[in-house]
Design a protein around this ligand. Structure first.
Ligand code: FAD
Ligand code: NAI
Length: 474
């Protein structure tokens, strides 16, 4: 007899585990299957997906440790603190990171128990449509579910001719487990992973060179922000070469040699003792048996969905990295909640225009809404307010005067269209902009809100005032 559920969620990442919890909270008999190789102490696949196991959480743990290390090495003295030359114990740093992963992935197991979600261990795939839903295979078991939510996420894109062993040549999995500070680290791709992981190992002493195909740096970001980020990150010592074309990559026993053509067309060579390949991610639809049941994918291999994450098959939904839109954990979680609520007959909602982007370099980079170049391309009349953190007392006190807040508002209606921040705590500051935009707020609304003093958030306040050309402290 097959196991019967109202809802089967395939994949236990932020999209999957959140969908399962919310569906169970709404009264559905719910199971979630997961098949990753990151076994927990009981030998079961760990919940949490890419985000908790080999993504957001471990990378932020390493970013924190390396930031504190760099502060101790270069930031303390100016504040009158002498600690001598700091040393890094890489094994301890990785152990701390693994401990956080253990704790958080185990926590999701606890949340499943609390919310009565059944965890199934095994790879999920479609078998066929049946009278009361879908017959699915999970490992060796057969499961019938009235509704299925596919949340199978994504995996690192690799490049032809560059075999990833996650020792010498790493994708995100190996990059988070490097066991000693490389002398020379090469990175292909100056995107989010390249900049975050490049920052980690540079701070710890590696000579880091990033090779990026695009001639523009951080093309998706507001170009004011991208220019400032390029200036600050290269000043810190990251070598970022834009507009390159990767040629032959020779992988030896202990080193890697990369040939590439630089932006001026000259042939160059780069030797490194580690290589990270971070050139984007591809959706995970392997072994789902999608074609056999007619589950439609788009030209990029993502499962095709509508605004409410319905696929072309009845009772089959898909959320997170496996569908269109930014590959971000919070976007996956928003979609997950929306799907569970729509399944329950509620008005599920996901506003894709207010999904924030955050890059956890130092300074941090965060934005929400449209960039200035997008508004120009769309012919939207806008006004801008830009305030440097150098005018902010808290930023000065925190020894973090770098960066700025830039607000873009509609020239006629004053509605905020985009907020772009580069500076310490940008990841937290952007939340205020998200809330204001979610409620259709104007720059005048933010300008009239009392902000605590001294706080970094005063720069957001001043940027709103600057939209009306009346900043008080700039
Ligand atoms: P995933 O997290 O990929 O989870 C999918 C799960 O499904 C996996 O566990 C997989 O094993 C499982 N699965 C796949 N197929 C099957 C199957 N057939 N049967 C059973 N199980 C299956 N995002 C942010 O918002 N902030 C960040 O700071 C951030 N940092 C990142 C850092 C790195 C290094 C990386 C790689 C990513 C980062 N991301 C970040 C992106 C974030 O991790 C993803 O957007 C998020 O994990 C997507 O969630 P998901 O549930 O769609 O997919
Ligand atoms: P990415 O899309 O951010 O960047 C990939 C970069 O590689 C791009 O700049 C691209 O132009 C470049 N590239 C592609 N092919 C190349 C080639 N052949 N040679 C040289 N450069 C090449 O992808 P990344 O960094 O791999 O991260 C994947 C995704 O994971 C991100 O897009 C994001 O969705 C998510 N992520 C989010 C984080 C966050 O929210 N802080 C942190 C890390 C990852």
């Amino acid at each position: 007899m097959s196991k019967q559920f109202d809802v089967l969620v395939v994949g236990g990442g932020p999209g999957g585990y959140v969908a399962a919890i919310r569906a169970a909270q709404l009264g559905f008999k719910t199971a979630c299957c997961e098949s990753n190789p990151y076994a927990d102490p009981k030998g079961e696949p760990r919940l949490g997906g890419t985000c908790l196991n080999v993504g957001c959480i471990p990378s932020k743990a390493l970013l924190h440790t390396s930031h504190v290390f760099e502060e101790a090495a270069h930031g303390f003295e100016a504040q009158g603190i002498s600690v001598g030359t700091p040393k890094i114990d890489v094994a301890k740093m990785i152990g701390r990171k693994n401990g956080i992963v253990d704790q958080l992935t185990g926590g999701i197991k606890g949340l499943f128990k609390k919310n009565k979600v059944t965890q199934l261990n095994g790879h999920g795939s479609f078998v066929k449509q049946v009278a009361d839903g879908w017959e699915m295979k999970v490992g060796e078991e057969t499961v019938v579910a009235k509704q299925v939510i596919v949340a199978t996420g994504s995996k690192a894109r690799h490049l032809e001719g560059i075999p990833v062993d996650n020792k010498l040549v790493c994708d995100n999995v190996g990059a988070l487990d490097i066991d000693a500070v490389p002398k020379k680290l090469a990175i292909i791709g100056a995107g989010v992973i390249g900049l975050e992981m490049g920052s980690v190992w540079r701070r710890l002493g590696a000579d880091v060179t990033i090779l990026e195909a695009m001639p523009e740096f951080l093309a998706a970001a507001d170009q004011d922000i991208a220019k400032e980020a390029f200036k600050l990150l290269t000043k810190q010592g990251l070598k970022i070469n834009l507009g390159v074309k990767i040629g032959d990559v020779k992988v030896g026993k202990k080193s890697v040699s990369l040939a590439y053509t630089d932006k001026d067309g000259a042939e160059q060579k780069l030797d490194a003792d580690r290589l990270i390949v971070s050139v984007g991610r591809v959706p995970n639809t392997d072994g789902l048996n999608a074609a056999a049941v007619g589950l439609k994918l788009n030209e990029r291999g993502m499962i095709e969905v509508d605004d409410h994450c319905r696929t072309n098959l009845p009772g089959v939904w898909a959320v997170g990295d496996v569908v269109r839109g930014p590959m971000l954990a919070h976007k996956a979680m928003e979609e997950a909640v929306m799907v569970a609520e729509v399944m329950a007959g509620q008005a599920g909602h996901c506003n894709f225009d207010t999904v924030p982007w955050i890059i956890y370099t130092a300074p941090e980079i965060a934005w929400v809404g449209k960039t200035e170049q997008q508004l120009k391309a769309e012919g939207v009349a806008y006004k801008a307010g830009k305030i440097p953190f150098a005018f902010n007392g808290r930023a000065m006190g925190m020894a973090a005067p770098e960066g700025f807040v830039k607000m873009l508002a509609d020239a006629k209606t004053d509605r905020i269209l985009g907020v772009h921040i580069i500076g310490a705590s940008a990841s937290e500051l952007v939340a205020e902009a998200v809330v204001t935009m979610e409620f259709g707020g104007a720059s005048e609304d933010l300008a009239r809100i009392c902000h605590g003093h001294p706080t970094m958030s005063e720069a957001v306040h001043e940027a709103a005032l600057a939209c009306d050309k009346r900043p008080l402290h700039a």
